[in-house]
Design a protein around this ligand. Structure first.
Ligand code: NCD
Ligand code: ZN
Length: 358
């Protein structure tokens, strides 16, 4: 047993399913799953039903988040082509704007340049724009970052061609950043075959060469680790039309700690990727008296049965990981003890995000 103290970790890409998907996850279950995984602050994605694209829906979701959350929560606003005129009114209540350039779960795809221009022209300059962009769509996002001279953050980068393009854009001094998910670092197309619908997510799992490229860029081009926690029930996953997405909040830190144990990255770099840089990029508030004690030597078996997330399964079931969350303290209060949630519902804070300094 060797206890190491980490700062409260931040996940800038969580699907919390409120409103409309509460049978998959809700603010209580998702934020408790985050704490179980050593994550004390999460940013919720806007592809809910209805999506977080009007002030009414966003404000109602914020109210429920404030009542139900065990950890601190902020919410993204979504760019919906038919509702684009609402962006200026959404901005004061959102941590950032999410734009989907590629197909995924939900109805938020933006397909045309005029809508993208409207996003870049009307979303306040001091707030971040995050994009789901794959393959050549990454070049579209880089083009918009350059044309409007404002930061663009790329979600869940998963392929060699994408991470290399972002590295080249950064080398030119363009204001782009990116995240990668643990599932794209630890699973490949071979696992997708083995797992069937439980290995299906967007972006799809990459080839071994894609995965090698992500690891090669982990100490340079990659800015943060984000979970893309996207819970769906087993019944949905084994249905005729399985939705893409896998849970990730509870396995993200243990997987990355296992990589530290194996000498694939340093603990200092893990803290940058999972705390320092996400906080700086999204201009998130500090959480005083907040920390996570992990046992970096104890090995444990990942089991579906012990998952806190409502979905109750993980693509990593049966894996032996080294690195266990023992205790989490949020603003001076113990919220996880011996791996169990002891915090209170509503004990998390709703984030009000101050403007970025230009
Ligand atoms: C996400 C979901 O289920 O909401 N699914 C996924 O495969 N990643 C959608 C998304 O993150 O784009
Ligand atoms: Zn997502």
């Amino acid at each position: 047993m060797k206890i190491v103290r980490l700062p409260g970790l931040i996940d800038v890409h969580t699907h919390l399913r409120v409103p409309g998907g509460e049978h998959k996850e809700d603010f209580a279950s998702g934020s408790a799953a985050a704490l179980a995984g050593g994550i004390t602050m999460i940013l919720g994605m806007p592809n809910t039903s209805p999506p977080l694209c009007t002030p009414e829906v966003l404000l109602a979701a914020r109210q429920r988040a404030a009542q139900d959350s065990y950890c601190d929560v902020g919410l993204f606003a979504g760019a919906c082509p038919a509702l684009i005129e609402h962006l200026p009114d959404l901005a004061p209540h959102a941590a950032a704007l999410k734009i989907y350039l590629n197909d995924t779960f939900g109805q938020l795809r933006v397909e045309d340049v005029p809508t993208l221009r409207a996003c870049f022209q009307t979303w306040p300059h001091h707030k971040l724009i995050a994009m789901h962009a794959e393959k050549q769509s990454v070049a579209v996002g880089i083009g918009f970052a350059a044309a409007y001279n404002r930061p663009v953050h790329f979600c869940h980068i998963s392929r060699r061609e994408e991470i290399e393009l972002i590295a080249d854009a950064k080398a030119q001094g363009l204001p782009v950043t990116c995240e990668v998910t643990p599932h794209h670092l630890f699973l490949t197309t071979a696992d997708a075959q083995r797992l069937g619908p439980l290995g299906d997510m967007r972006p799809l799992l990459g080839t071994p060469d894609d995965v090698a490229a992500l690891w090669d860029h982990l100490s340079s081009t990659v800015d943060c680790i984000a979970t893309d926690h996207a819970p769906h029930t087993l019944a949905e996953k084994y249905s005729a039309t399985p939705p893409p997405g896998v849970a990730g909040l509870e396995t993200s830190l243990p997987l990355m700690l296992t990589a530290v144990q194996q000498g694939r990255l340093t603990l200092e770099r893990l803290i940058e990727l999972m705390h320092t840089t996400p906080r700086r990029l999204f201009n998130l508030p500090e959480q005083p008296d907040t920390w996570v004690d992990v046992d970096v030597e104890s090995t444990y078996l990942v089991k579906n049965e012990t998952m806190v997330s409502k979905c109750g399964w993980t693509p990593f079931a049966g894996w032996e990981l080294t690195g266990k969350v023992e205790k989490v303290v949020l603003r001076g209060r113990v919220v996880v003890e011996n791996g169990l949630i002891v915090g209170e519902r509503g004990g998390g804070r709703l984030l009000t995000v101050p403007p970025l300094v230009d």
